[in-house]
Every structure is written in structure tokens, then in C-alpha cells.
Design a binder for this molecule. Structure first.
Ligand SMILES: Nc1nc2c([nH]c(=O)n2[C@H]2C[C@H](O)[C@@H](COP(=O)(O)OP(=O)(O)OP(=O)(O)O)O2)c(=O)[nH]1
Length: 132
């Protein structure tokens, strides 16, 4: 099954969340930035590549976070979302090259985010990662 990786970047007790611009039915919803793993690529390498492409952001991948989440992709294909906890590289700052906006949220703000529906199941793991 095709794997989509997402990055839970935590810095100073806050989590980086990104607002999708497309497709239209996902526009305005928030996600953990990431994308599809390419053939022959490791999942951590895909996380690093996607954040570089989408956010011009350098991160260090630290390990898996939360459960895998099965979703149906845009063309009806089965996808498995898999999330990795990350730390920013020294001095790195993310830029919304493909997203509408970026936000850093604290543990007590997680529930108020308009997540993509599939991401809701991650909230306990995200809360734990933010130390609450
Ligand atoms: N990146 C990411 N995708 C998510 C999350 N939650 C969720 O349901 N998705 C879905 C939306 C899409 O159907 C699919 C990934 O799409 P994508 O646009 O990020 O990645 P992609 O590399 O396949 O897209 P593309 O650049 O090839 O167009 O996973 C999430 O937190 N992060």
C-alpha cells in the first residue's frame, strides 16, 4: 500500500501545523506537512524531502509517532498515513510555499484546530509529544 508520511515537528513545546490549499474539499483544513514516499526511498528520507520541498525547512527525524491511519486518496486509492516526530535543524524556519498558512500550536490548542478528519486519531499522541 502507498505510504504517505507526515511530520510532527515539535519545537519549544509547540507543534507545527499547516493549512492545505488543495484539493478544494481539503482547502482550509490543517494537517501535518508531508506527502507520498517515492519508490526506493526510506520513510524518514521522504519526510526530509517533503519538508524541504513544501516548506524549505530542514528537520531531523526522531522516530515514529502515533498509529498508522488508513485513508482513501483523491483517485480512490488506498493510502496509509504514517507520522514521524521531528525536530527543526538548527536555525531553520519553515515557509508556506504550498500551504495557505503555518501555525505553531500548544497542547491546549490541539482540539481547536480544524484538522483533516483522518488526523483526529493522532491527537492523544500529539498531546503526549507536547508534554501534556
Ligand atoms: N501530508 C498529509 N496528508 C494527509 C494528512 N492527513 C490526510 O488525510 N492526508 C491525506 C491528504 C491526501 O489525500 C494524502 C496526501 O496528499 P499530499 O498532497 O500531502 O501528498 P502527495 O505527495 O501524495 O501529493 P502530491 O504532492 O503528489 O500532489 O493524504 C496529513 O496530516 N498530512
Amino acid at each position: 500500500m502507498k505510504v504517505v508520511v507526515g511530520a510532527a515537528v515539535v519545537d519549544g513545546g509547540r507543534l507545527l501545523v499547516a493549512q492545505r490549499a488543495e484539493p478544494p474539499d481539503m482547502r482550509g483544513r490543517w494537517e501535518l506537512p508531508g506527502g507520498s514516499v517515492e519508490d526506493g526511498e526510506s520513510e524518514p528520507d521522504a519526510v526530509v524531502r517533503e519538508l524541504h520541498e513544501e516548506l524549505a525547512y530542514a528537520v531531523v527525524v526522531q522516530g515514529r509517532l502515533g498509529p498508522d491511519v488508513p485513508v482513501t486518496g483523491r483517485s480512490g486509492e488506498s493510502l496509509l498515513l504514517r507520522f514521524y516526530r521531528c525536530a527543526p535543524a538548527e536555525g531553520a524556519v519553515p515557509v508556506a510555499l504550498e500551504h495557505l498558512a503555518l501555525r505553531w500550536v500548544a497542547a491546549d490548542e490541539l482540539d481547536g484546530v480544524a484538522w483533516l478528519p483522518a488526523d483526529e486519531v493522532l491527537l492523544p499522541a500529539l498531546r503526549a509529544a507536547l508534554g501534556e
